[in-house]
Design a protein around this ligand. Sequence first.
Ligand code: ADP
Length: 255
Amino acid sequence: MGEFVAKYRDVHKSFGDVKVLRGIDLDISPSEKVALIGPSGSGKTTIIRMLMTLDTPTSGTIEVNGRNLWHMEKNNELLPANEKHLREVRGDIGMVFQHFNLFPHLTVLKNCMTAPINVRKESKETAKQRSIEMLEKVGLGDKLNHYPSQLSGGQKQRVAMARALVMRPKIMLFDEVTSALDPELVGEVLEVIRDLAEEGEMAMILVTHEMDFALDIADRVLFLNDGVIEAEGPPSEILKNPESKRLKDFLSRFT
Ligand code: ADP
């Protein structure tokens, strides 16, 4: 399949009359760790949802491994590429959401086993082994038969990560994964992300308000404002020596 690369070109997105993204150009390299910061409502979630094919751009192109996720119809509408292609692309991408999105009626183990069995057509035994391995990796090897309702928020979020990892994604998208958690549970979740980042192979895009964490693990920080990437660069530059006034103002809220 080659190495994972995502490429956005002049991507625009409107919801009705509201222009959320106004020309996004962005390349994600294999194994790159990117932090996406910016005010609430600036379009951060929309950017990563489009890569997961959960939202369609209004115009522009997004390529994954050199293949476009959309094609243009006669009436200038963008439509998803064919289902087979999208399935392949989605298979390379894992996403962890702010509100976990676990299946409440399934145990922790079954939550992880569902996608490999249904999407990848793996045998139950293979899916089970891999799920146990990933749940151990996130420190939940002793919770396999618990239901989500029996877990803390931090534990639920770690299940969500294990569930994504089971699919061996080439890129993981983290959408404010700590913002719904009680403060004392944030650390355990960041710790798992840090371990994954240190392993190195996967590319990651993190939408986050944890500036110290971004400084620590990101190769590059993007500041999204008013639908454009207003500043980008190494974390030391963007977070420690910001040039734009709007970025300075934004960061001052976190100190
Ligand atoms: P962020 O992640 O930076 O907070 P979002 O990408 O979630 O921003 O949202 C950007 C803007 O798009 C917000 O104003 C939001 O209300 C709007 N928006 C997002 N999704 C939808 C939708 N499905 N329908 C209408 N408006 C939406």
